[in-house]
Design a protein around this ligand. Structure first.
Ligand code: PLP
Length: 403
């Protein structure tokens, strides 16, 4: 069998348009394709591979658990799930954990819990969910409808109801929308897919206060920002605002699929036996790997390292930009950074990604106008420098083609 990009078009549903390159091996922040070409990885599997590829602690956790026990379902609990839950509880505001397999599923659980909490405590009229334009919360029908891009939720028939959207960082508009009928507010504490947009300090605090005033639960979607990405274990810890429910996925498993919803005792008790579930949620392999990832990331050295690496990324990216003027702004926090393309490249962020692959560096976009970088949290300085040298060549080629 010839395994190449053409095979994708033959056998895969056409909802993705992957690059022609097929990676076959990774180590740290380097990846090799079928032809043996090597790449510096600034994409990290979309903010997933928080410790790069094949980190020894993760490989050994996977191997060890792989020889012990793979799956039970939630008919029985298991040791890795309990250990991971205890560590998540100890490291955050939360008392209780629900495991899922992805970000969307963690958010689905959060939204269903919020609806149930409001129904039990206040009655049917309190069902409104407020979220933010350009927000991203996953692709199940509930989460994609809560997400702030109608283009992703349109065209699938009737949507889940009583969901409204407000502009991010517009506290006055949000205040006009929220009421005692609001059940929950779902937001990213730094919009990722929507273009790497940080919240204003007054905005997050204001949202928190208004949620409290109207008895609405504040749900932080930390699927992308969680597990060290912004230099804190969770971004809320750097904002001085505590949510009622938090969801985490992507980096949580360091590349192994897992998601989690965490919350307080008071709220958690409303997901009674039988109200919600998942066959794979809390799978021992996933939880064993996630435990190793969390242990490795949740240290002062790694978290401080994220801030140091952010500074180097910004310095090198700014130096490229001083020369080529391709970005109007470099923004984000920790190792969740975005370069907003300048006016003459509007809508063409992907050109930089494509040119990067040719030069041997993997990056991402966040919408049509932002080039996104979400590398490993432990990427060595030498790899940052080498990757940025390659990215400069990519920028030069996009600029040359634009001339
Ligand atoms: C990626 C992402 C999701 C969806 O996660 P999946 O694992 O793809 O379901 C949800 N919320 C945010 C903020 C994300 O970045």
């Amino acid at each position: 069998m010839t395994i190449n990009r053409e095979l994708f078009d033959q056998v895969m549903v056409p909802n993705y348009a992957p690059s022609a390159v097929i990676p076959v091996k990774g180590e740290g922040s380097r990846v090799w394709d079928q032809e043996g070409r090597e790449y510096v990885d600034f994409a990290g599997g979309i903010a997933v591979n928080c410790l790069g590829h094949c980190h020894p602690a993760l490989v050994s956790a996977l191997k060890e658990q792989g020889e012990k026990l793979w799956h039970l379902s939630n008919v029985m609990t298991n040791e890795p799930a309990l250990r991971l839950a205890k560590k998540l509880v100890d490291a955050t505001f939360a008392d209780k954990v629900y495991f899922a397999n992805s970000g969307a599923e963690a958010n689905e659980a959060a939204l269903k819990l919020a609806r149930r909490f409001a129904l039990d405590n206040y009655g049917e009229q309190k069902s409104q969910i407020i979220s933010f334009n350009k927000g991203f919360h996953g692709r199940t029908f509930f989460t994609v409808t809560v997400g702030g891009q109608a283009a992703y939720s349109d065209g699938f028939g009737p949507k889940p109801g009583d969901i409204v959207h407000s502009d991010y960082n517009d506290l006055a508009a949000f205040e006009a929308l929220i009421s005692d009928k609001t059940c929950a507010v779902m937001m990213e504490p730094l919009q990722g897919e929507g273009g790497i947009v940080s919240p204003d300090a007054d905005f997050v605090k204001g949202v928190r206060d208004l949620c409290t005033k109207h008895n609405a639960l504040l749900i932080f979607d930390e699927v992308q920002t969680g597990v060290g990405r912004t230099g804190e274990l969770y971004a809320y810890q750097g904002l001085g605002v505590t949510p009622d429910i938090l969801t985490t996925a992507k980096a949580l498993g360091g590349g192994f699929p897992i998601g989690a919803m965490i919350t307080t005792n008071e709220i958690a008790q409303h997901l009674k036996v039988g109200t919600h579930g998942s066959t794979y949620g809390g799978n021992p392999l996933a939880c064993a790997v996630a435990e190793a990832a969390l242990d490795t990331v949740n240290t002062p050295e790694v978290l401080a390292g994220v801030k140091a690496k952010e500074a180097l990324f910004r310095e090198l990216l700014s130096a490229i930009n001083d020369k080529y003027k391709v970005f109007s702004e470099i923004r984000g926090k920790g190792l969740l950074l975005g370069g907003v393309v300048a006016q003459q490249y509007k809508g063409r962020a992907k050109d930089f990604l494509v040119a990067g692959i040719k030069e041997g560096v993997m990056s991402l976009v966040a919408g049509a106008d932002v080039v996104r970088f979400t590398p490993s949290l432990v990427i060595p300085e030498a790899d940052i420098r080498e990757g940025m040298a390659r990215f400069e060549k990519a920028v030069a080629s996009v600029v040359a083609n634009n001339a």
